[in-house]
Design a protein around this ligand. Sequence first.
Ligand SMILES: [Zn+2]
Ligand SMILES: [Zn+2]
Length: 422
Amino acid sequence: MSHFHEYYSRAQAIAQTIFTHPELGYKEVATSKLVEREIQRLDPTLEIQHFAKTGLKITFNQGKSKTLAFVAELDAVYQPHHQDADPQSGAAHACGHFTQTTVALSLINELVNGKQLAQFATNLSFIFVPAEEYVDLPYRQQLRAKGAVSYFGGKPEAMKLGVFNDIDFVVCIHAIGEEFTKRTIELNCDLAGFNFKYYTFKGRAAHAGFDPFSGVNAYSMSTLFNSAVGLMRQQVKDTELIRFNPVIIDSDMSINVIPDQLKLGTDIRYLNADYATTIMQRLDHAAQGAALALGGEVAVETEVGYLPFIQNRDMNAIVKPVYDANDKIEAIITDRGAIAAAGDIGDLGFMMPAIQISHGGFTGTIHGPDFRLIDPEFVLEILPEFIFDSMLAISQQQAEINFFKRSYSEYTAALAKMEVEQ
Ligand SMILES: [Zn+2]
Ligand SMILES: [Zn+2]
């Protein structure tokens, strides 16, 4: 007899509390405290490890050789127009992370109050990570400048701190940005990686009416760059899932002055790191060409984001029969391939086998103003039980997994490849 039904009303209350108190990454203080209090209530003997300001980790150590981790994200996204947004910070749980955290607590409750822990052929860790959403960057830049964190993403930060050193494989979950008529999960959906590029076009200010001849127009350079990039799309292979979205992020323009400076930023989303560096090089060349054509200059900056996420097929092959045996989840998607959304699970999946089981149960636009949970029974009772059964199967059938473990320095080397300005 499992305890998921018994815990369901408490899970609903916890999910609602987190949903209505959204916090941005590295600021999830109240959420982290709530999780800590609930873990202490469930089992005061569990030792809680703190990391990266708000991160938490507990381990059920059974003296096994391998440790399987469930990873949940604590943070909200920036969406000030959401009906339950925090009016001060603009944070809103428009990405569904509040249910990940609650599902993790439901799994811990089952391990503490149920009798199945000994059936797991691994140790089990639960890791609550801060800052998955790549938002609120000025604050994170401050944190980084002070040396409080090294990464904008909570999972890379935890990797640097050694939180995953004793972990061998990872399960996480995520809401799908679609509404389904049937209770649906998804396996094997890969995610893109991304980097940010910044181009600061520099010209020379002059009176726009009296003496435009002496000016060098930074806005015109950015327009030329945008035209080049638009035409360049024809040369980008559509199999590579490349996306870029150049936008003006900083300018100080007035109508009667030739603008002397304008900063433009774009993401570059990709599946293949080598191809991404080729595209970034072309963008750099387009920016340099646009500046040169009009007699100005451009400064180029690169901010490395998250790596692409390749789901571990061996682990998902173990999960599929668990779905087949489950009569409460009605539909499964297994053939979507890859999508251009990204997450720092990509960085973790670079280090060790990892899967992200996606699921429905929500309505509205993900990251949008109307995103919310509509099927709590599925997400907070049926899904946790399914995840529990899946983790049990994964632990017991670990011989079917081709394990790999990359070091933190291999990870930083993969990032460094992206940082080279062309
Ligand atoms: Zn998100
Ligand atoms: Zn998310």
